[in-house]
Write a protein that binds this ligand. Structure first.
Ligand SMILES: Cc1cc2nc3c(=O)[nH]c(=O)nc-3n(C[C@H](O)[C@H](O)[C@H](O)COP(=O)(O)O)c2cc1C
Length: 361
């Protein structure tokens, strides 16, 4: 049966973003990078999902301090750059673009997951509630982060710049700065976990300073059309507590205005039912570039968002994870494989990773 999904599967072009369709694979951590090295299995996984016009990789650490989770990849060493080359080649062979998501986990981590000599860091020394998987000792409480000094903040910014350069050397089409879901950049944005009294804490200008410095410096280094950013206004992910609604609104409206001045390629909004329409509208009206939305889409609701202009591109997480041929299933209206939640991150093998069946199998 032919489905009525048309726009999602037709080409998209804006600025320098030329995509074979409007379908984006959302960034998803899968914890297959043993020793934090991107490997052949990961290249196979991404290479299976080239029905997307744009793939955004799993969160990838710009520096050793950013490796808070077990088995997440990095982009700061030679072997990591070499390892990722297999993924970019596997994706490009089918005409799909691929952006590397750069994720500094900040306080969301455990010191057992960090390499020797690295420190768990945050905007302030405020520990996240909850537990995290470690390969050494199973589930552990999150570690208490060390508050970054100004000098260390400068090193963090430089880490993003180096990571952006490395991403270009690896063949990525661009980078996505992970400013969402409670990781380091959002830890600076949220006054409940940022109690700094220096230039990086306090008012909106100060709390957004790190995000905007990272954006500006990476744009200067690799080009505005190669830098996108993910934001999650009103999210509680990563043990972030809500703060004053108008303050949240103003924070994201300001970010959109400043990112617009830098002409970054896109803003990627993580949808959640708590975001007031006014905040989404403010981001949209303050920013002229591409808007990607993600979170809870079905092919039908994504098509609707594209047709009514509330999003330029639609990203899918779990549906892509479980359906390597997601585009074909959208095209034919075929049923989707369900997600196996047990195999998301627990082990580094192929089960629940590269063995989801296609329609042909
Ligand atoms: C297994 C898994 C890992 C994820 N890892 C990341 C990540 O590394 N970076 C990120 O920005 N979001 C991450 N997310 C969130 C997704 O990108 C997406 O926003 C979320 O799954 C909602 O979209 P969906 O309803 O289409 O699944 C992850 C989600 C899942 C299911």
């Amino acid at each position: 049966m032919q489905s009525k999904i048309i726009t999602l599967l037709t080409p998209y072009s804006k600025g320098n973003l030329d995509l074979k369709n409007h379908l984006v694979m959302a960034p998803m951590t899968r914890s297959r990078a043993v020793n934090n090295l991107p490997n052949d299995l990961m290249a196979e996984y991404y290479g299976q999902r080239t029905g997307a016009g744009l793939i955004i990789t799993e969160g990838t650490a710009p520096s050793p301090d950013a490796l808070g989770y077990a088995r997440i990849p990095g982009i700061f060493s030679k072997p990591q750059i070499e390892g990722w080359k297999k993924t970019t080649a596997a994706v490009h062979k089918d005409g799909t673009k691929i952006f590397l998501q750069i994720m500094h986990t900040g306080r969301m981590g455990h010191f057992h997951n960090l390499p020797a000599g690295a420190m768990l860091v945050g905007a302030s020394s405020i520990k996240a509630t909850g537990q995290i998987q470690t390969d050494i000792n199973g589930l552990q409480d999150f570690s208490t982060p060390k508050a970054l000094t100004i000098k260390e903040v400068e090193a963090v910014v430089q880490g993003y710049v180096n990571a952006a350069k490395n991403a270009m050397a690896t063949g990525f089409d661009g980078i996505e700065l992970h400013g969402a879901n409670g990781y380091l950049l959002e830890q600076f944005l949220n006054p409940n976990v940022n109690n700094r009294t220096d230039a990086y804490g306090g008012n909106i200008k100060n709390r957004t300073r790190l995000t905007l410095e990272v954006a500006e410096k990476t744009v200067t280094t690799i080009g505005n059309n190669k830098v996108g950013i993910r934001l999650s206004p009103f999210s509680k992910t990563g043990d972030l507590q809500p703060y004053d609604e108008s303050e949240v609104h103003d924070t994201y409206a300001f970010l959109a205005t400043e990112l617009n001045k830098m002409k970054v390629a896109y803003i990627h909004i993580v949808l959640n039912p708590l975001i007031p329409q006014a905040t989404i509208d403010a981001i949209r009206s303050n920013f002229d570039g591409t808007i990607i939305k993600a979170g809870g889409f079905t092919p039908e609701t994504a098509e609707q968002a594209l047709v009514n202009g509330s999003a330029d591109l639609a990203a899918f997480g779990k549906a892509f994870l479980a359906n390597p041929d997601f585009d074909k299933r959208i095209e034919t209206g075929a049923a989707l494989n369900p997600v196996d939640f047990k195999t998301l991150y627990a082990t580094p093998d192929a089960i629940g990773y590269t063995d989801y069946p296609t329609l042909q199998k």
